[in-house]
Design a protein around this ligand. Structure first.
Ligand code: AMP
Length: 146
């Protein structure tokens, strides 16, 4: 059975171009729908938990910027109409799994850095997404910058 609906997860950096490319080609070959998602992570998470100040305005700015970047990013692909562009707030694994289920996606495409050594211990989004995924997950190997 060819895939019906492919969800590509992007961190909105240039590194994601080959991930988008692969997902787009796969969707074209299998005649699947194609959607994109970016998750804005809570700022407090970057500081390791509770922060004794109000981050709500900064957080809103971050969300607005991500919205703009996602539209720019997705604008290169005409089939990514507004309803195929998803922006959510929270923890990437949880939100991407939730969205994949809600949108009845049967493949999630994500970039993978192929970490080694200490970096492995810090974990990766691709690895995290595999656990408890509601559908297949394709990790597209990202090449190291020269
Ligand atoms: P990382 O393991 O965090 O270096 O990210 C590897 C891949 O995970 C990226 O190439 C994206 O496909 C995906 N990813 C990372 N962060 C996010 C995010 N905030 N929202 C959606 N996808 C993400």
């Amino acid at each position: 059975m060819p895939y019906q609906h492919i969800l590509v997860a992007v961190d909105l950096t240039e590194e994601c171009d080959p991930v988008m490319h692969r997902a787009h080609n796969l969707a074209a070959c299998s005649g699947a729908k194609f959607s994109v998602v970016h998750i804005v992570e809570p700022m407090a998470m970057a500081f390791g938990g509770d922060v004794p100040m109000d981050l709500s305005m900064l957080q809103q700015q971050q969300f607005d910027q991500a919205h703009e970047s996602l539209n720019k990013f997705a604008g290169k692909y005409p089939e990514l109409s507004a309803d195929r562009r998803h922006l959510a707030y929270g923890q990437p694994r949880q939100e991407i799994h939730r969205l994949a289920e809600e949108q009845q996606c049967d493949l999630i495409v994500v970039g993978s850095h192929g970490r080694h050594g200490l970096a492995l211990l810090l974990g990766s989004t691709a690895n995290d997404l595999l656990h408890g995924a509601p559908c297949d997950v394709l990790a597209v190997r990202l090449k190291k910058a020269e």
